[in-house]
Design a protein around this ligand. Structure first.
Ligand code: ZN
Length: 276
């Protein structure tokens, strides 16, 4: 059955201030969004992710989903992307994909998802003379696509080549004012001697660029990959609280060191009593 609005022409007539003109039909937008979504390289595991099916059970998650919502709704009238930061399994990729999908579906803008390590691996593979794809053929869409998600930033061990490649991508997008959403397991602390800091993983230049391009949002939650089957919010809250207590992550380590440094002498532990 042909589209009742445009008779399958892709253009529908509207009347504005007494003048008739044609605009892109809803069916066209939908079709374009559908095709663009299929081209966005979203991994199967995350294809179901939406803002509506993201479970929130604490303030940091509520805040993160609100920020994601704002970006998705305001696009393209928005200057800053997001850097979603937090431990593995807190839902960073879910949120990033949800924004990407919503933007593609509602605006028809082209979008692209890449795991950072995968992207670097694909670029590296083009140096093999047996591979017909060129480096630029991989890089061009990453640098020019309207909305890019770069997942798991900092996971790749850094080298001069990695730094150069990442700076090229990020700086090009920055200069062209293209929106990017990053996720990272690494904490944004100004300590380049801490191996688990984002700064240690990506360097000063990239970090300060990211602060110009993105709003940093911390997700503090349980690892949903470890949740029992049919887990409800209560289970997740319990797991989240356990994680805060027991995880010997950089957060607690840093806290302990800061307390050692403050010179007051005794080793008090503000993150809950050890062993409890
Ligand atoms: Zn139509």
């Amino acid at each position: 059955m042909p589209c009742p609005l445009c008779d399958d022409t892709g253009w529908k007539p509207i009347e504005e201030n007494g003048t008739r003109r044609v605009v892109r039909c809803d069916c066209w937008r939908e079709q374009v969004g559908h095709n663009r979504l299929a081209d966005a390289n979203i991994p199967k595991r995350y294809q179901h992710c939406t803002l509506a099916n993201f479970t929130t059970y604490n303030e940091s998650l509520e805040r993160a989903v609100a920020k994601a919502q704002r970006v998705a709704q305001a696009y393209p009238v928005i200057n800053q992307g997001l850097l979603l930061e937090g431990q593995p399994g807190v839902g960073k990729t879910h949120l990033a994909v949800a924004v990407l999908k919503q933007v593609i579906q509602t605006t028809g803008a082209p979008g692209l998802f890449y795991d950072t390590r995968d992207l670097l691996r694909v670029i590296r593979s083009t140096y093999d003379p047996a591979i017909r794809t060129t480096e630029l053929e991989v890089l061009r869409p990453v640098m020019t696509v309207d909305l890019l998600v770069l997942d798991d930033l900092g996971a790749e061990k850094t080298s001069e080549w990695v730094e150069e490649t990442m700076n090229l991508i990020v700086n090009t997008r920055y200069n062209e004012k293209r929106l990017t959403i990053f996720t990272s397991n690494f904490q944004d602390i100004p300590d380049d001697s801490e191996p688990n800091s984002l700064l240690f993983r990506i360097g000063h230049r990239m970090r300060s660029r990211l602060h110009e391009m993105c709003e940093f949002v911390v997700l503090d939650a349980a690892d949903y990959r470890e949740r029992p089957e049919n887990a409800g919010a209560e289970d997740l809250i319990t797991m989240w609280k356990m994680r805060r207590k027991t995880l010997p992550g950089p957060r607690s380590g840093r806290q302990a060191r800061a307390q050692l440094r403050d010179g007051k002498g005794d080793l008090k532990w503000s993150g809950g009593r050890a062993g409890t």
